[in-house]
Design a protein around this ligand. Sequence first.
Ligand code: SF4
Length: 446
Amino acid sequence: MALSGVEIFKLLPKTNCKKCGHPTCLAFAMKLAQRQATLDSCPDVSEEAKKILGEASAPPVRPITFGSGDKAVKMGEETVLFRHDKKFVNPCAFAVEIKDTLPETEMAAIAERVMQSEIDRVGQKLRIDAIVLSNASGDAGKLEAAAKVIASKAAGVPVIISTKDAGAAEAAAKSFTGKRPIIYGVDSSNAEAMAAVAKANKAIVGIAADGLDELAALTEKVKSLGVEDMVIDSGARKAKEIIEHNTLIRRAAIKKNFKPLGYPIVNFMQREDGLHEALVAAIGVAKYASIIVLSSIEKWKNLALFTLRQNIYTDPQVPMQVEQKVYNIGEPKAESPLFITTNFSLTYFIVSGEIENSKVASRLAVMDCEGLSVLTAWAAGKFTASKIAQFITESGVEKEIAQKELIIPGYVAILSGSIEDKLPGWKITVGPREANAIPAFLKTRT
Ligand code: SF4
């Protein structure tokens, strides 16, 4: 159980020396309890207190880095059950399964699709994050050969080696030395041998349990064998089980600080039907999965799941924003149109996307309105005539354009007169209310 501020205070030196940057030991203790400070800020804390506080202040879901380099996936570190309490920390990873029974050309083709899966959405790079290499053949030699194909065709992509055979895991792991793979398939029959392979290859252990009781027992067993980093699968496959098990696991870890279940969850979502698979995967995204295993990569499915993940893992208290400045869309000339909008990411990307679609090179002035959309910013007094005039004047865009004309969003047509008053010599044109009307609007001007 996490310690309260007062319990933490009892373990501190109580000298109020301020070396930690806080006025008193009690103030520091309160910050520690809220996870807004770290113990290493106090140089005088005793070794015994460090041990107790270190354990108590560890995140309830163990932080683990899967893979290495640019494509490494961070998991765990979650501290809440609901994202309205606090932001979820590490977005879940999507992994696609590649069976070692497939012909090499097909394995290479899937690996290629993983490498090509990245898209840019509202300024973030989203992709299929990992590959599950499964030993469907049951043959160690085939798994080893498949591992070599994946290592060469999907270099840098984190890999889960899925097998119950420690010898096969050992052979396949050699292709991912130094890449922090997961060795999945650890159960009560092979725990010792698989833990030994994981330790020797600096791999993460993937527990494959049959139910929550066995899962808790297995994590304790593997930990006693000297492996700290694990991902856990309770065996849930049906949608109802996935919700139940994932919720019980997260609740036990966060509310009860129950360490045997304080690990990132892996869920296997493969279904015959793609739509069914996407729906079940969506449950995992919303309900605590850290790795979601899919059967195939399809662009429509990726887009739906990436979008959902992005929305679940944004901070609900902080709107997504882009930098305030005048953006060039295409290669605008002096006579090109100048639009203005707010810096809410979604607004920016929709408006800039529609200007791009129009094929009319333009300038887009994006004004800092604390990440609010146009109407909300206007209602909140952040997108007003005087603020727009000040931004346009300070941006210096006037020097780049031939005619001083500013196109404002149709939803704030009411501002046109007052902006003209604040920006003498400028013509204010009311643009479309909806961004998807921008291409037609620009066509009428040519
Ligand atoms: S540095 Fe340590 S002893 Fe000094 S005020 Fe902070 S918590 Fe107390």
